[in-house]
Design a protein around this ligand. Structure first.
Ligand SMILES: Cc1cc2nc3c(=O)[nH]c(=O)nc-3n(C[C@H](O)[C@H](O)[C@H](O)COP(=O)(O)OP(=O)(O)OC[C@H]3O[C@@H](n4cnc5c(N)ncnc54)[C@H](O)[C@@H]3O)c2cc1C
Length: 398
């Protein structure tokens, strides 16, 4: 054991753990801080395997943490990227309705954007054809402040800044147990014990397992949803000028297969949302007995599946067949063919589900006297990350 305990230990070097570490280092520059991650480097899971979108905050329930912290997160990300030369672009986004039923749902989204204080414009099919000649639809919402960024780049910059300020990083070190006493938390790891006065847990896909170590996971479990992307052939690098999103399906938290300009100058399409048997099974081995058991032994999972079985089967079909996948894209863009879909990285979303089978929509944070657990941080948590970190201090949780 180290002779002197740390003031703070953070588990998880994804964007949530690192932005909290950064906020901490700004507020308490002299604090002794250690960040532990089982991966070999920062941003190896969700934070480095996402769409790279800076969400403006159109979709989220007014008054929720998602809505509030997404809106505050956008200028905070842009400020950080501008100060530290991380690539970003506010290219704007179109949410495209392809029929009258979807157009009527656009009204609801437009209303939400107003309530959330987000700039949004309704545009007609003719206006859309002018700004996006390769996209078809009956109308759209334009969100000008939506953007793109390199979230892994932000994470690597944060590691650099924190290291320069004296924070300790331990990568390739898995936390295996947590014990809180009246004056400290003992963090048991594969490489020995760490003692800290305060613990902050940002474990993403493993958030429930880490919360379980302190008896905090009785009312939720992480269910992993795979998101498969393709990179479009080079000839399509400039196929769109904005990000192109479908109108989300009612009741589902995932935003649908979208066309995303990336800061690297290419375009991706995705992600779908398929139940994943393994939480970190990016190669789709289909055999992760420990993770699979944790999912199927949870009553909430079966209730969720029962509710969404049709949507789940359609997603599975699209995952197994490129031509089924492309049909989803052809609803709003017919310029892309199956041959234009090139392999791209997969991401797996950590979605907390309650025992009644409801996907927990908002960010979920739990606390004990000496620990704070970020239990549910789905999209738009990357966009909101700097704002989440500030919020935890401003509300006295840290
Ligand atoms: C496909 C996909 C697309 C998305 N698109 C967007 C988007 O465009 N915009 C947006 O705002 N958000 C998006 N999101 C959501 C966003 O990526 C996540 O909300 C965010 O990255 C969560 O960050 P995190 O730090 O909580 O988790 P992670 O990045 O997953 O980090 C958790 C870390 O904890 C570590 N860890 C876990 N268990 C242990 C242990 N026992 N010991 C030590 N370390 C441990 C892991 O190794 C990992 O590094 C997307 C997510 C996915 C998957």
């Amino acid at each position: 054991m180290p002779s002197k305990p740390y003031d703070y230990c953070i588990i998880g070097a994804g964007i949530i753990g690192l932005t909290i570490a950064y906020e901490l280092s700004q507020r308490h520059p002299k604090a002794r801080l250690i960040i532990v991650d089982k991966a070999a480097g920062a941003a190896q899971h969700q934070s480095g395997r996402n769409s790279g979108v800076i969400h403006a905050g159109v979709y989220y329930t007014p008054g929720s943490l998602k809505a509030t912290l997404c809106r505050k997160g956008v200028p905070a990300i842009i400020d950080f990227c501008t100060r530290h030369q991380v690539a970003f672009e506010q290219c704007g986004k179109l949410i495209v309705a392809v029929d009258t039923e979807e157009a009527s749902r656009l009204d609801g989204l437009y209303d939400r954007a107003q309530k959330n204080g987000i700039e949004a414009k309704r545009i007609s099919a003719a206006q859309m054809a002018e700004i996006e000649p390769n996209i078809k639809g009956v109308g759209a919402i334009l969100s000008p402040s939506t953007g793109i960024v390199d979230y892994a780049g932000i994470c690597h910059k944060l590691v650099e800044l924190l290291t320069a300020q004296g924070a300790t990083f331990q990568f390739s070190n898995t936390v295996t147990g947590l014990q809180e006493t009246s004056d400290q938390v003992i963090i048991k790891t594969e490489q020995g014990h760490i003692q800290a006065a305060q613990l902050i847990v940002c474990g993403g896909l493993q958030a429930d397992r880490l919360a379980d170590m302190m008896g905090l996971a009785n009312d939720f479990r992480i269910i992993p949803f795979r998101g498969e992307y393709f990179r479009l052939a080079k000839k399509h690098n400039a196929i769109v000028n904005h990000l192109i999103y479908p109108v989300p399906k009612p009741g589902l938290p995932f935003l649908g297969v979208h066309l995303t300009k990336m800061v690297g100058g290419y375009t991706t399409v995705g992600p779908n949302a398929v139940l994943s048997l393994g939480r970190e099974d990016y190669q789709r081995s289909f055999f992760e007995p420990v993770d699979t058991w944790r999912t199927v032994s949870y009553a909430g999972f079966w209730k969720l599946m029962n509710r969404f079985k049709l949507a789940g089967l359609s997603e599975l079909k699209r995952s197994l067949s490129k031509s089924a996948y492309i049909k989803e894209v052809h609803r709003y863009c017919t310029e892309i063919s199956v041959d234009d879909l090139e392999p791209y990285r997969t991401g797996i979303r950590a979605q907390a589900v309650d025992p009644q089978g409801n996907m927990i929509d908002d960010f979920l944070i739990k606390k004990t006297a000496r620990s704070l657990h970020v239990c549910n941080a789905p999209s738009p948590a990357a966009t909101s990350s700097f704002a989440i970190a500030a919020h935890l201090f401003e509300t006295g949780r840290l």
